[in-house]
Ligand binder design. Structure first.
Ligand code: 2M8
Length: 415
């Protein structure tokens, strides 16, 4: 009884968060800290909306794809309306797009979310997905054409991974010169506790990468060939593999020839063993400037389940890391010196990643693990509300409050 009452009150709050963060056709991640439309946040928001407003769910994805570039890229931020509360804003990115956007992308979860929404809305949703489908294909082709040179996905900026300051990127960040970026004022540290955010040395380098992209007119070939940062990302590799499967399945139902997309998924799966680091016994990021593995293991390594990529050691490795914390899966390895349980992507538990991990676990028949992840994530939200991320050891809520994707994950999965 009590649990049911708590749950339905939280359902109401979660819906109110999505509606409160709705800026008219798109949803911001949270008021203040992130005042624009973010790519993968929006896809999760759409999934959340689908639990109570299917039309609004599709609209979220449509607005996201309305900012797609001619080459197929879907940018990581869309600056629909200027807001001085966020840095770096549109004038720093200088992409000259309408609407204004950033110049990098983000994890391509949209196809996977679209398929989940379509399952809830098979009839009216058919028309909506029919229009979106070729746009998603063009985006996946962009990843394939520009970022899969070694067979797996490479990123040109840590922000592209969505796991901004994860220790995965330290090795590549070390090679980026952030000493000449000039003066700038961060805004994030004015909204939330700075000890839960990346440091200045990291921000200097983030900005140096943006300045490189801007200076070459956001020429992808130039950024990949000569930009300051290029690393293979297990997270996007696995997310894109799965997203290609979902895109192919939807295309098949729409009567399209999906052999090209099936080929993309097969190629990514065939290349995935390249990310296996025998030293760390896990899927690992690799710095393509030096060819060296990061020698880290992060939550993204276990998105392998989402992609249907398995190795005999995966389950034991996952349990070992998970058992070292109490609440959900940590974004970085608790046994590593770099682990910081409250600093953003260097250790905290992220409800949104927990949800993706659980989808993969469930698909592979690992129901008990999927349920454990759901329960631990639900405990965090029940105890503290809809925060951006949480300390995985003691559950302390971190970052922004009234967070869109945490609310969405509650409505669709955790609650
Ligand atoms: C965080 O990233 C942005 C830059 O994109 C930032 O810190 O300013 C990340 O957690 C990212 O994954 C997320 O999409 C974004 C908005 O929630 O915030």
């Amino acid at each position: 009884m009590t649990t049911h009452r708590i749950s339905s009150a939280l359902d109401d709050q979660a819906r109110a968060i999505l509606q409160g963060n709705d800026r008219g056709g798109y949803t911001i991640p949270t008021d203040g800290l992130y005042p624009y439309q973010w790519n993968w946040d929006s896809a999760f928001a759409a999934w959340g909306f689908s639990t109570f407003d299917l039309d609004r769910a599709w609209t979220e994805l449509e607005t996201l794809f309305s900012a797609q570039w001619d080459d197929g890229m879907v940018p990581h931020i869309i600056f629909h309306k200027q807001d001085p509360g966020y840095f770096p804003g549109p004038e720093v990115w200088g992409t000259n797009k309408t609407p204004a956007t950033s110049g990098i992308s983000q994890p391509p979860v949209a196809a996977t979310m679209a398929r989940l929404i379509l399952q809830a809305d098979p009839e009216a949703g058919r028309e909506r997905i029919a229009a979106l489908w070729p746009k998603i294909v063009a985006w996946h082709r962009w990843w394939r054409d520009y970022r899969c040179g070694t067979g797996v996905v490479a990123i040109t900026h840590p922000w592209e991974s969505g796991r901004d300051n994860c220790p995965d990127w330290d090795i590549g960040m070390a090679g980026v010169d952030g000493s000449n970026v000039g003066e700038y004022t961060r805004r994030d540290t004015g909204h939330v506790d700075p000890s839960m955010r990346p440091g200045k040395a990291e921000y200097d380098r983030y900005i140096a990468m943006v300045q490189f992209g801007r200076a070459c007119g956001w020429d992808q070939r130039e950024i990949v060939a000569n930009g300051p940062f290029l690393m293979e990302d297990p997270g996007i590799t696995f997310i894109l593999t799965r997203a290609n499967d979902d895109l192919a399945a939807m295309g098949r139902d729409l009567g399209h020839d999906v052999s090209e997309i099936e080929g993309w998924a097969a190629d990514l799966r065939a290349a995935a063993p390249r990310l296996w680091n025998p030293e760390t016994r896990g899927f690992d990021a690799r710095d393509l400037k030096t060819g060296r593995f990061a020698d880290r293991i992060a939550s993204a390594a276990f998105l392998a389940y989402l992609a249907g990529v398995e190795t005999p050691e995966l389950a034991a490795r996952m349990d070992g890391i998970w058992d070292a914390v109490r609440y959900g899966f940590p974004s970085a390895d608790p046994a590593a010196d770099s682990f910081e349980p409250r600093r953003y992507w260097r250790g905290p538990s992220w409800p949104v990643v927990n949800a993706l991990l659980a989808i993969g676990l469930k698909d592979r028949g690992l129901d008990a693990a999927a349920e454990r992840l759901r329960r631990e994530t639900a405990e965090l939200i029940e105890a503290h509300g809809f925060f951006e991320y949480f300390d995985p050891i003691d559950g302390t809520p971190c970052g922004g409050d009234a967070f869109t994707w945490t609310a969405a994950i509650w409505l669709t999965w955790a609650g």
